[in-house]
Design a protein around this ligand. Structure first.
Ligand SMILES: *Cc1c(COP(=O)(O)O)cnc(C)c1O
Length: 452
């Protein structure tokens, strides 16, 4: 049988998100108030998020119902397809079976609308007039712009200056959906102005853009902030990916031996893997689960597990997570969505518990794999998931040596139609791998608060 595509009927779309926290052998450490260093309570988050999302952030329920209004919008593109990469397998001449869950079918072209839609929904329900946010490559900003348009609320985005210049079409996409976009650092916020005074050509970072978006939201009652990754509620919204993939792997009659996902803040990885990790903890399957991060921003493999700020200015609550330091500015790799100094506290915690493993890969190996993938499977991947593809190809090559029929499942979390400048850089031989020195990490870590 040559089946290569597994589609779920619309009426089989999961109607609940999965919260992995109650199933873990130990609970993750709480976020801390940046001033008192006491565990942050719901009120500490209230200037940033509506109460429904704050309660989801700390919920002990295993499942949360997806509101009907959100399900209706999900159905524009969900359930998303699961593919078996038979043509890539053939090219690699491997006995491995490679499956990929494709999230590029969403309006914004990535997995991000799985959380932007519920976030805009709960904010609109709470009477919020405007959402602010940061964006790197522009995937999150465009996803939130789309979601805000669905619920009739305003959207203001700070886009990392390097990406603002390199990826102008994402900005246009945000504007098409009605958002206002600023390069970050911007001259609109105090923090942005102070950075521009030091360096007018500042290329920005996600941490800086978060500070700017937060500083615009916190003082206003009718403005809130939305984060596209990292937080528990974001990862929970993304679990619809894994819940669907579980059903689709069943349709394919296969159980994964290995899950691989790229990790920037951990949301597409957590979204795919947490439902499978639940099944693993229950003893129903035993896949190896592997995070793949860029060699230029190796948060899990080289960062420390300790309390740090989510943003560069130190305005957010402190989170216990793998971090390279909140002032770490990664080299300008093409996978803009993976250039974050921290990692989701939940993914960090699960990594510390030994439930998942992590590797890092340089970008030229990733794009080499992306071309093999695009030429065989047809889809041009976003730069971020090329990390997962490269890891899957490594494993498929290993299977070729051992002759094992390893079943690999990966998240193809977005397409690269607006990232063609990156492909051009690779094809013209201009793309380089960055060597991240231990000294650069130590320098940024020196500014992380000392909290035992
Ligand atoms: C934002 C983004 C990422 C990184 O974020 P995660 O939270 O780690 O998923 C990865 N891939 C794509 C396509 C993105 O848009």
């Amino acid at each position: 049988m040559s089946q290569h595509k597994y589609l779920l009927p619309e009426d089989q779309m999961p109607t609940q998100w999965y919260n992995i926290v109650p199933d873990l052998p130990e609970p993750p450490a709480p976020a801390l108030h940046p001033g008192t260093l006491e565990p942050a309570g719901p009120d500490d988050f209230a200037p940033l998020f509506p109460m429904d999302l704050i309660m989801q952030e700390v919920t002990q329920e295993s499942y949360v119902e997806i509101p009907e209004e959100v399900q209706e919008i999900y159905k524009i593109w969900r359930p998303s397809p699961l593919f078996r990469a038979r043509r890539l397998e053939k090219l690699l001449d491997t006995p491995a079976k490679i499956f990929y869950k494709y999230e590029g079918v969403s309006p914004a072209g990535s997995h991000k609308p799985n959380t932007s839609v519920p976030q805009a929904y709960y904010n609109a329900k709470a009477g919020v007039r405007k959402l602010t946010t940061e964006t790197g490559a522009g995937q999150w900003g465009s996803s939130l712009a789309f979601a805000c348009a669905q619920f009739g609320i305003e959207c203001e985005v700070w886009q990392v200056a390097a990406s603002y210049k390199l990826k102008p079409y994402r900005k246009t996409m945000m504007e098409v959906w009605g958002a206002t976009v600023h390069p970050s650092p911007s001259d609109i916020t105090d923090f942005g102005r102070s950075l521009l005074a030091e360096n007018p050509d500042h290329t920005g970072s996600l941490g800086i853009a978060i500070s700017e978006a937060v500083s615009e939201a916190a003082p206003h009652d009718d403005v809130r902030y939305a984060l596209g990754s990292v937080l528990n509620h974001v990862l929970m919204h993304q679990t619809i990916i894994g819940e669907e993939a579980l059903l689709q792997m069943e349709m394919a009659g296969e159980t994964p031996d290995l899950l691989v996902g790229c990790t920037g803040g951990g949301s597409n990885f957590g979204g795919l893997s947490f439902p499978f990790l639940r099944e693993k903890l229950k003893g129903n399957m035993n896949p190896t689960i592997r995070c793949v991060e860029p060699a230029a921003c190796p948060t899990l493999t080289k960062g420390e597990f300790r309390y740090d700020f989510g943003d560069s200015a130190g305005m957010t609550p402190l989170m216990k997570m793998h971090t390279l330091g909140h002032n770490f500015v990664p080299d300008p790799i093409h996978a803009g969505g993976l250039r974050y100094h921290g990692m989701s506290p939940l993914v960090s915690h699960i990594y510390e518990l030994g439930l998942v493993e992590a590797i890092s890969i340089g970008q030229t190996e990733c794009f080499t794999g992306a071309l093999q993938f695009a030429k065989t499977e047809g889809i041009v991947p976003a730069p971020e998931p090329t990390h997962a593809i490269a890891a899957a190809i490594r494993e498929a090559n290993k299977a070729k040596e051992t002759g094992e029929e390893t079943v690999i499942l990966t998240a193809l979390c977005g397409h690269g139609h607006l990232d063609l400048a990156s492909y051009e850089a690779f094809l013209s031989g201009e793309m380089i791998d960055y060597d991240l020195s231990d000294a650069a990490i130590a320098e940024a870590m020196a500014e992380v608060p000392q909290i035992s």
